[in-house]
Design a protein around this ligand. Structure first.
Ligand code: ZN
Length: 451
């Protein structure tokens, strides 16, 4: 079964019995992992050719529109920075040996380093070196976007072996007027009301933060583009912070169309799911994600909004206050490999990417199908048996839970409760509640309320 068949099945109302993957072997996780493997070697930053190349590869999966915003453009309180590009970088000892080599790992260079070419003493070199003493084999990932600096990152084990010498340092980079690039893909649904999925694409060779979120968003977009949808969807692939600020600045007049949103990040490790609520805290997206996680059968965490983290900070800034949460597995900063060379292709697993995609799909299923209904026979229970509804249920596996779901739907469909309310209150999975509502509606016992 391919991805599109899954999603079609998934978005059909008949689908309540099994979860997304239905226990079948699929290749979706492997396909996601393959895209991650292709993107992994690229040296990305908030601007520059790495982002360009990344968007180009993503464009072979989904028809991204690529925007270019010139350096110097004022975006709220920020300014689009100069464009950074790098060709090579190394530190060479007096014996001509490259002891740090950018071509071996792009994490070796302080991201956004200004160009440099000079000879330095060990003391001078050390002022520009970054290491992780607590994980001596790993290379840290460090950036200096908004203050001009140069530097190298290396393993602490190697650092300890450095000896007095005259070192040649070369960073063949450029920091010049250019542009900030981001990718956008909008899928038109039956209404103009939008669901925003945002992923950052500014980290170099790092997998969980941040390629996992970007890859997940690509596959979600790919699947949704072939699915009949109530909402329109907007996917953003942007450099962190400055990208969301830039997008919000250029699109401020349209953001009221965004009814729900998720920032996708850290979605490929094997840790439990963590949902960071929107600033609103009780938005439909918050309730939908928590409902799905509660019914997923796995352990999960829910945290309140805090004004640091990923781009939800900008979407949830008080001037916008959009209902946008962040759905992760292990959060940024909470796993030791975070922002180090150990956040690599080993840390992220295909089956974890696939499971994350399925949880995202479950959340969208809730949003797509959440509605209020009115019981057409509200005075005492309708006689289900004479309509064949007991029979219709009884023959199926899990008939009892379906029967109970129908009774909940009938009882709470007074025009005030949504199907999500009913799922929460009954403890029945949303898909089961939705299926019960469809069955009752087909039998004239329920009518969907207008928006
Ligand atoms: Zn990060």
């Amino acid at each position: 079964m391919d991805l599109f068949q899954h999603i079609r099945l998934f978005f059909s109302s008949q689908y309540a019995n099994e979860r997304f993957m239905m226990g079948e072997e699929t290749d979706i996780g492997k396909e996601m992992y393959r895209l991650m493997t292709e993107l992994y070697p690229i040296c990305r930053s908030i601007t520059g050719n790495g982002v360009r190349e990344t968007l180009r590869i993503m464009k072979s999966h989904i028809p991204l529109k690529i925007h270019e915003v010139p350096t110097g453009t004022q975006v709220f309180d920020w300014t689009v920075p100069k464009e950074w590009n790098i060709r090579d970088a190394f530190v060479r000892n007096s014996e001509g040996e490259k002891i740090i080599d950018f071509t071996k790992s792009n994490l070796h260079v302080l991201n956004y380093s200004i160009p440099v070419e000079k000879k330095v003493s060990l003391t001078e070199l050390k002022k520009h070196l970054f290491t992780l003493p607590e994980h001596p084999e790993w290379i840290p990932y460090r950036t200096s976007y908004y203050s001009e600096n140069w530097g190298f990152c290396m393993s602490h084990a190697q650092y300890l072996q450095l000896r007095e010498d005259e070192y040649e340092v070369v960073i063949d980079s450029s920091l010049e007027p250019g542009s900030l690039r981001y990718g956008e893909y909008r899928i038109q649904g039956e209404t103009d009301r939008e669901i925003l999925i945002s992923a950052h694409i500014c980290h170099p060779s790092l997998c969980n933060d941040n390629l996992s979120g970007a890859v997940l968003a690509v596959f979600l977009a790919k699947a949704l583009s072939r699915t009949r949808l109530k909402y329109s969807y907007r996917f953003l692939f942007i450099p962190g912070t400055i990208g969301s600020i830039t997008w919000l600045s250029l699109n401020a007049q349209n953001v009221s169309k965004i009814k729900h949103g998720l920032v996708a990040a850290c979605d490929g490790d094997s840790g439990r799911f963590t949902y960071k609520k929107s600033r609103q805290g009780d938005a439909e997206i918050d309730r939908a994600v928590i409902n799905v996680l509660r019914n997923s059968g796995g352990a999960y965490d829910v945290t309140d909004f805090i004004p640091f983290g990923y781009d939800e900070r900008q979407y949830c800034s008080p001037g916008f206050n959009l209902p946008v949460g962040c759905l992760m597995r292990t959060p940024h900063g909470c796993y030791p490999e975070y922002h180090t060379s150990a956040d690599d292709l080993e840390l992220v697993r295909p089956e974890c990417l696939e499971e994350s995609l399925s949880i995202y799909s479950d959340v969208l299923f809730v949003l797509e199908n959440n509605a209020r209904y009115l019981n057409q026979n509200p005075k005492c229970e309708p006689q289900l048996g004479k309509r064949g509804l007991y029979q219709a249920i009884g023959g199926q596996q899990g008939g009892k839970s379906r029967e109970i779901a129908m009774l909940w739907v009938l009882n709470l469909s007074d025009g005030n409760n949504t199907l999500l309310d009913i799922s929460d209150r009954s403890g029945s999975r949303f898909a089961l509640i939705k299926e019960a509502a469809d069955l009752l509606a087909r039998n004239g016992l329920l009518r969907e309320c207008g928006e």
